[in-house]
Design a protein around this ligand. Structure first.
Ligand SMILES: Nc1ncnc2c1ncn2[C@@H]1O[C@H](COP(=O)(O)OP(=O)(O)OP(=O)(O)O)[C@@H](O)[C@H]1O
Ligand SMILES: [Mg+2]
Length: 334
């Protein structure tokens, strides 16, 4: 039995001004017990909507979602008990201190005498010295750690994290991931959304990429990396790239990054730069990472709001999306 099963999930929000908005469009895939699974996608792709449906907070327009066999609508309470959800939005009851809030959350799930686990959670998340602090006295990053503690207070078999590391400092990110990885090794299933793609690459065995409410890629992380252009040529440049390169490049300030399959392609790129009379420095070649794969997949599926290249940057619009390719990806998923 899968830990999480999404079957043909669609969600249309009735939107007053611009007509109805299709946030999810036939999403189907399973997450197996014990997996560390990444759900990636640009802003507005539908990740939080999918997680909210999973958590029973939003009703799907059509389709079925089950957690360890429990339907999130028909068996709401049982499905919810299987889940620990760290929401993207910071929401708190301002009247309690940290320890009280965790005790109340335990009570909500019917877990008694939970102080040993609460102490372990606080220690693992670097919150021990804030146990008696009121929620209002926590910094933004501490509030996010508290959301993680709240989600895990009943030791749920399935852990869902919606951008848990947004605004969290480097040190705590590492502590948090060690802690979540330990829970995963102990058998907990983890579903993670994040915009830090190096985190997803390091942690997730499989990854699904969502774009405009559809699954546009789903595979083992290692397979996704293999399928991408294997190398990236990176250099600093003093002027805009010639058009034949600008179309393919990821440009951040003076740094240009170009996908390249082999040494020949690397030479061609450098020759184009030379022909254009540009001077380059700090040239390096690195292996493609999950961020490169993500950008490639999003570009292939049309009007990608590439983070480093906002729309209207003088480049031609990209090709329209290939919907049936997405359907093929979904059909091929386990
Ligand atoms: N309650 C709502 N009413 C109307 N539209 C909504 C509502 N919630 C989300 N949407 C829309 O649904 C789409 C998907 O939003 P969602 O929050 O699921 O995206 P996301 O992938 O989580 O993005 P982000 O990376 O920014 O968190 C967006 O176009 C958003 O504006
Ligand atoms: Mg979101």
């Amino acid at each position: 039995m899968p830990a999480i099963s999404f079957q043909s999930v669609s969600k249309t929000y009735p939107s007053a001004r611009n007509g109805p908005l299709k946030a999810l469009d036939g999403v189907s895939f399973d997450i197996h017990a014990g997996e560390f699974f990444g759900l990636l996608g640009p802003n507005g792709a539908g990740k939080t909507t999918l997680i909210s449906i999973l958590a029973g907070l939003v009703r799907p327009t059509s389709g079925r979602v089950a957690v360890r066999g429990y339907d999130v609508q028909a068996d709401y309470a049982e499905a919810r008990r299987q889940l620990g959800v760290v929401p993207q939005e910071l929401v708190f009851d301002p009247f309690f201190n940290v320890r009280e809030a965790l005790r109340i959350q335990s009570g909500y799930f019917g877990v008694k005498n939970n102080d040993a686990w609460i102490d372990e959670l606080l220690a693992s998340l670097g919150l021990s010295d804030k146990a008696d602090a009121n929620m209002r006295q926590l910094s933004g990053g501490m509030k996010r750690r508290m959301l993680v503690a709240q989600a895990l207070v009943h030791k749920p078999p399935v852990i869902v994290l919606d951008e848990p590391t947004a605004g969290v400092d480097v040190e705590l990110r590492q502590t948090l991931w060690q802690f979540i990885a330990r829970l995963n090794r102990a058998g907990h299933t983890v579903l993670l959304t994040t915009h830090y793609l190096e985190e997803a690459e390091a942690l997730c065995g499989r990854v699904a990429m969502l774009k405009s409410g559809r699954v546009v890629a789903l595979d083992r992380t290692s397979e996704l990396l293999k399928a991408a252009s294997s190398n990236v040529l990176r250099f600093k440049v003093d002027a805009p790239l010639p058009p034949e390169l600008a179309d393919k490049a990821r440009v951040t300030g003076r740094i240009a990054q170009l996908p390249a399959h082999d040494a020949h392609e690397i030479e061609q790129h450098l020759a184009s730069v030379r022909r254009a009379g540009l001077s380059v420095e700090d040239v390096e070649v690195r292996k493609a990472d999950l961020e490169d794969v993500f950008l490639e997949v999003m570009a292939r599926h049309g009007e990608a709001p590439l983070p480093d290249r906002p729309a209207g940057d003088g480049n031609p619009p990209r090709a329209a999306s290939v919907a049936d390719e997405a359907a093929a990806v979904e059909a091929g998923s386990p």
